[in-house]
Design a protein around this ligand. Sequence first.
Ligand SMILES: Nc1nc2c(c(CN[C@H]3C=C[C@H](O)[C@@H]3O)cn2[C@@H]2O[C@H](COP(=O)(O)O)[C@@H](O)[C@H]2O)c(=O)[nH]1
Length: 328
Amino acid sequence: MTDERREAGGAVFEEIRAACARVAGAAERVHIERDKLDAYARSLPVDKLHSPVIEPEHHYLGHGEQTVAYVLALDSINFGSGYFPELEPRNGLVGYFMVAHALGDFFEANAPVSAGDLIALTPEDCAEIFGQNLSNEAVAELMGLFSQALEDLGRFVLADFGGRFASVVEAAGGRASALVDIVSKMPLFRDVADYHDTTVPFYKRAQILAADLWLAFDGEGPGAFSDLDGLTLFADNLVPHVLRLDGLLRYDETLAERIDRGDRLEANSPEEVEIRACGVHVVELLVERLTALGRAVTAFELDNYLWHLGQDPRFETKPRHHTRTVYY
Ligand SMILES: Nc1nc2c(c(CN[C@H]3C=C[C@H](O)[C@@H]3O)cn2[C@@H]2O[C@H](COP(=O)(O)O)[C@@H](O)[C@H]2O)c(=O)[nH]1
């Protein structure tokens, strides 16, 4: 990493990178296929890498401070992948896009949505918003967690920011690392795992919040951050899956079998932490390779490219790891 990038990123980004590199070095169940990195880096379509996208048809964009509120709410509940196989599609959408779209419909119908409105949302309200049936135990658990996460956000905004969502972002002073520090005061944003003796921060949703604000506001106003190139991969269950199917990550036989037959992995288990950390580290290695090839790219840009690539049926139809967690 160059000194410029180190300066651009806050301490938190360096902590994530260092911890994930340590886990990758010690990992027993997940292996990085280093000899394939160079060819993979060369195969990436650099023109697409530099244009991260947010789908306007699925997000509530263009509404000023209400869009700030929406993005904060969205990334408060940008999790549930371990529950997604149990969810009903809503208007033909599943997974992340279902959640983003349904929350957008809620904002459309109820604007201006206040902190108090978020605090008041019950699991039953969430089931209605997301078109879900609470008679399914796993779905009921997820709707309970969504309601808790939205309530936490509402209380946080009310207690520390006078009820004004935009003030949360303004408090970060244009630094994504500061935004990560601020929102991580909410317990459900504190995405920090343990791996043997190592503390491993991922802060997946806190980081994606800065990225989404940047995308939603075209890098202006609430989307202006000077240190976006400090962001790491947002460690979820889709990008590592893409990296696995594309041959950069190899899981040992036992882990591969468990995932392929649909067993769930425990949150914070060594194998779950290894998958996430190796995902983060591979992306760092790819950023290094691409930079050396004169095709400088950021981890955020690679994340956005790889995540959208993962929506392709080639990846979507193959089993990936599922973990019931509030972090992704
Ligand atoms: N690494 C990374 N993980 C991301 C995202 C997003 C969506 N964000 C973007 C979308 C448009 C804008 O560009 C936003 O930036 C969702 N996820 C995670 O995926 C999982 C769900 O997957 P599926 O079951 O297929 O819907 C779940 O854990 C969810 O938390 C990302 O961008 N990067």
